[in-house]
Each structure stands twice: as structure tokens, then as C-alpha cells.
Ligand binder design. Structure first.
Ligand SMILES: [Zn+2]
Length: 260
């Protein structure tokens, strides 16, 4: 339970200290957690009211509370629910997933005071048992390389639009195509440099609050991030340029060609 408590606390701290947000709803919602959910349960999730952690099956997964970024990921689904309200389907769903990975990774980076260059950009490092050939669930730095295992298969995430997966499974590939906006964020954060939560994270957080449609797609979201960067840091700023370069790097063309 201490691990779960630390992960909830680290998430609360990032949102409060850096983004001046009081818990996930912005109004001090208590962050409750339940551990040891069911038996051998291979997941952790936000059920709309509380965090629920499984202990893992001991075969593929160990206990889910070890991973501060996974806790941050799940709680960020709550933040998205209260802000952008993105639907959990197709590109909007992949953005919903990606936003959870972005802020989950930032929770970890903030708690360890890592720069963008120092961070691993792995999601769920340490969740796999020793018998799995893999380092984490996902990699934002190199989507598609987190694991390659005889039982689990290979990490299916694309890094760019060239590898976009058209599928009806997984709500339209929300856990797969999230690799694309994940990698865009990685490119933006490392392009700006320093602590990723300070500028890249701020741009993404401003975007969450900017009032987007629940069905916003990658191009629409990219345009909103550029508008947010331009509003906060100025037209032609290094930050706005890094945002443009990040989306370009994953093959997402920005709608409308710039800030508005
Ligand atoms: Zn998720």
C-alpha cells in the first residue's frame, strides 16, 4: 500500500506544484486507492472514483504499484475526463491514451528530477517479471521497441504516421497508435531541453484546458499544441518551433498551418 500511496502522492504533487491543479478534478477530489484487486490481476486502472491495483499474475506481470508512471497514467485519465473529455476511440482515444503516458512519464521524471535527456521515456519499467523479454510496456523515445517476447509478441506501437494501424480492435488501436503522439511529445520535450514538465508539459497541459472537441484527431490536437505554445511563448519562439518540429517528425501535418 505504501507504493500505491507514493504513486498517488507523486501524481498529486506534479499536478499541484507544476500546474496548480488541485487533484484530478481540479477541486481536491480525494485520491483513493485499493490494492490486491482480485487474484493475479494484470492491470491497474482508474474506475472513475478510485485507483485499483492488481498484484499481477507473477508469470508476466509483477505487482502494479511498483510503477509511478503507470499510476500517473491512470489518474491522468481522470484529468482528461474532467478537461478535454476526449472519447476513447480511434485517434481521439489514442490521444487520450497518449496524454496519460505523457503525464505519467512526467510524474516519474518530476519525482526523480530528471531532464528530458536523462529520462528513460519508458512506461511501466519494472512491471514485467524476469522471464519476459522486454524492458517496459511502452517506449515514448522508441515506440515499438519496449518488448519482443515469445509469449507477449512484439511491441506493436508505431512511432510515426507511416506505421499507423487501422484496426477495429482495442477501440481502434488506442494503445497502439498512441505511440505516434507519444513520440511527438518526446521530440518536443527533447527539442526544447531541460525539464520536460516545465515547457513541453505546460504546453500539453494548456492544450488540455483549451477547449477541444471530444473527437479531436492528431492533426487537430497538433494545431492546438502549436497555438498553446505560441500563446505562452510567442510566435517564432524556440518552444513553438520545437512543437512544429515534433509533429513534423512523426508525420502529422498541423491543421491551418499555424497559430490562431
Ligand atoms: Zn490508459
Amino acid at each position: 500500500m505504501n507504493e500505491a500511496y507514493d504513486g498517488l502522492g507523486a501524481t498529486f504533487e506534479l499536478y499541484a506544484d507544476v500546474y496548480d491543479r488541485n487533484s484530478i478534478d481540479g477541486r481536491g477530489l480525494p485520491l483513493d486507492g485499493s490494492v490486491h484487486y482480485e487474484k493475479d490481476y494484470d492491470n491497474a486502472f482508474w474506475n472513475g472514483e478510485r485507483m485499483v491495483f492488481g498484484d499481477g499474475d507473477g508469470q508476466v506481470f509483477g505487482r502494479f504499484t511498483v510503477s509511478v508512471d503507470v499510476i500517473g497514467h491512470e489518474l491522468t485519465h481522470g484529468v482528461t475526463q474532467y478537461t478535454a473529455g476526449l472519447v476513447y476511440k480511434d485517434q481521439a482515444g489514442a490521444l487520450n491514451e497518449s496524454i496519460s503516458d505523457v503525464f505519467g512519464s512526467l510524474v516519474l521524471q518530476y519525482s526523480h528530477k530528471q531532464t528530458a535527456a536523462q529520462a528513460t521515456w519508458l512506461i511501466g519499467q519494472g512491471l514485467f517479471t524476469a522471464r519476459v523479454k522486454g524492458v517496459a510496456l511502452r517506449s515514448m523515445k522508441a515506440p515499438g521497441t519496449a518488448y519482443d517476447d515469445p509469449v507477449l509478441g512484439k511491441d506493436p506501437q508505431p512511432a510515426t504516421m507511416a506505421g499507423y494501424v487501422e484496426t477495429e480492435d482495442d477501440d481502434g488501436g488506442v494503445h497502439t497508435n498512441s505511440g505516434i503522439p507519444n513520440h511527438a511529445f518526446y521530440l518536443v520535450a527533447t527539442g526544447i531541453g531541460g525539464y520536460a514538465w516545465e515547457k513541453a508539459g505546460r504546453i500539453w497541459y494548456d492544450t488540455l484546458l483549451a477547449g477541444m472537441k471530444p473527437t479531436t484527431d492528431f492533426a487537430g490536437f497538433a494545431a492546438l499544441t502549436l497555438a498553446a505554445a505560441t500563446k505562452r511563448y510567442g510566435e517564432g519562439s524556440a518552444e513553438a518551433d520545437a512543437v512544429r518540429a515534433g509533429w513534423s517528425g512523426v508525420g502529422v501535418a498541423i491543421d491551418g498551418g499555424g497559430a490562431s
